[in-house]
Ligand binder design. Sequence first.
Ligand code: ADP
Ligand code: NA
Length: 390
Amino acid sequence: RPGTVDAELPSRTRVLVVGSVNIDDAVRVPRFPGPGETLGARSSDTALGGKGANQAVAAARAGAAVRMVGAVGTRDGSAVLGALDADGIDTEGVARLDDLPSGRAFVFIDDRAENSIVIVPGANHAIPEAAVREACRALRPGEVLLLQNEIPAATSRLAARLAREAGATVVWNAAPAPEGLQELIEGHDLLLVNEHELDRIATLLGATDNSPSVHPGSATSRAAGPQGGAGSAAQAGTGSAPTTATGGSPHGEPTAIALSGNDSRTDPAAGSSAGAASGADPAATGSARSVESLLTAVASATGGDVICTLGAAGAAYRVGGVFGRAAARPVEAVDTTAAGDTFAGYFAALADLPLPRRLRRALDAASLAVTRPGASPSIPARAEVEALEP
Ligand code: ADP
Ligand code: NA
């Protein structure tokens, strides 16, 4: 079958995505309908979507051998499964559920290009644990598990723990932004975020430059998980070294999220952006916090590497303890849908490249995606991205 991973190409990075698969219905409307109103659409378009599926497509187009674990409805899922197959993604681990619809995103786009979105999680919230266990236990050192935030956190946490035990590298794209501490995934090697998500996670963790170490006694994964993470921060950053079960964070601890931070659900002060990190240096909180200080704080609190995409400004990172920036290619943006997904899928797939080239290619791929309408259809193929390189 076309989706089967080709065992004859051992040099391709193997990426397992455990995440969402959606049917995206993009409906163009003159304006958003009011209560009780019926409105005629200008046009509509249905395509494969969901951050998990988009990132699987991006990783496959980047050249990786990709497997997907998720769930769709039996009645309505065949078209999206077909779209994944068409990109050579192994969908054996995508469950077909009889009693639930596929996840769906209803995207209304008005004449001012504003959008308004309703998401139906559907089968995405019922991914069978057995499929997660089977795929994650089969991971090997050097392989990558790629997670997002559109499936239950318990499912992602299970996947991350098993992948770590198997010696694989865990990459977590924390999008959409976590609402509470219970949505944070412990023990990842690399965190991919945009500015809003970085700020949110720093706030949840109470992370500032003044709290540079893992919060003592707070990492539940330390007791539950194996000793050692899935590789050092430097390994995760360059992706050049195979990971080992005995690796650890630069602090000699398994990578783990400090769970003693602020949770907006229990901390009434955490709702507003400024001063949300109670007890923190006031200069380091709120919108005044620089991307560099936020990256430093979050990297310290989690023990892993962090990359923050900055839209047209490219990306900033803290990888292997080193801060840096990379510019985006200037383009005329048409539709930024799937920009972050393209970056995440490409970056995860290019684990064999040194950091500067890996960043360059993932940024270029994302910038190409914003020049085209739609989600997965806008994700470029590897050859298009390589053609931009000198
Ligand atoms: P998200 O869509 O997740 O919020 P960003 O807006 O940070 O993510 O965009 C992700 C990447 O997409 C950027 O790092 C950049 O490479 C590319 N990108 C996004 N917007 C633009 C733009 N206006 N011009 C050029 N590149 C862009
Ligand atoms: Na796009």
